[in-house]
Design a protein around this ligand. Structure first.
Ligand SMILES: CC(C)(COP(=O)(O)OP(=O)(O)OC[C@H]1O[C@@H](n2cnc3c(N)ncnc32)[C@H](O)[C@@H]1OP(=O)(O)O)[C@@H](O)C(=O)NCCC(=O)NCCS
Length: 188
């Protein structure tokens, strides 16, 4: 069921909030970083019209809506500056299952901020919204992402990788999963 009342999640250093229109410039800036876009679905530079359409869509969206992605804006708690986003898609057929995606402004990496933000979204998914399973797919060349998922306690189920030819390169994406039991064991 859509979480219409959602406002924000707080961590020690971050505030995960809804996107706002004044996030446009920073959002477009980090999506335009070539290394940030390399394994993602968009092209750098990220066009302004697409950035505006994305923000319009997210401003009207609510987390935990079956069949839809919701992007949490990752902002610094001190000054509310945008440093990235976390996407959570709720399965349309089984709303107990969600898929995670994440992007950090390259200028904000290397500080543990992505891990901190994702942990808050996992707590929201499992503890507040009662999800059974959260999955994430990541390219095998994205070592930072592989490290991050392992550190958070995701496991690699035995399912096959996804292969494809993307942005002129062969890609291999592997599935990672965390169950509500995994989360409870980690959190407890
Ligand atoms: C994947 C991505 C989010 C990882 O960002 P990140 O900053 O490396 O992730 P973390 O938050 O886990 O931070 C870990 C780093 O912070 C350091 N760190 C500093 N303080 C820390 C703290 N308090 N806690 C944890 N780590 C800390 C760690 O040592 C590590 O640095 P290292 O990589 O130099 O060893 C980022 O590279 C990214 O957005 N990439 C582009 C988008 C993308 O491809 N996303 C994945 C799609 S599935």
């Amino acid at each position: 069921m859509p979480d219409i009342a959602f406002s924000a999640l707080e961590t020690a250093r971050l505030r995960l909030r809804r996107f706002r229109e004044d996030d446009l410039d920073i959002f477009r800036t980090y999506r335009s970083q070539p290394d940030t876009a390399r394994f993602q679905s968009w092209e750098a530079p990220f066009p302004e019209a697409e950035a505006r359409a994305f923000l319009d869509e997210m401003i009207a969206a609510h987390p935990d809506t079956p069949g839809q992605w919701f992007q949490f804006a990752i902002a610094l708690r001190d000054d509310d500056m945008l440093v990235g986003d976390i996407a959570l898609r709720i399965d349309g057929d089984d709303p107990g299952v969600a898929e995670l995606g994440y992007t950090l402004d390259a200028r904000a990496t290397g500080k543990g901020l992505a891990s901190e933000a994702i942990a808050a979204v996992l707590a929201y998914a499992f503890e507040t919204r009662g999800k059974r399973l959260v999955e994430a797919w990541t390219d095998t060349r994205l070592s930072r992402s592989l490290t991050l998922l392992a550190r958070l306690g995701f496991t690699r189920p035995s399912g096959p990788p996804r292969h494809g030819f993307y942005k002129g390169e062969w890609c291999e994406d592997i599935n990672h999963a965390m169950t509500a039991q995994d989360w409870a064991a980690r959190a407890g």
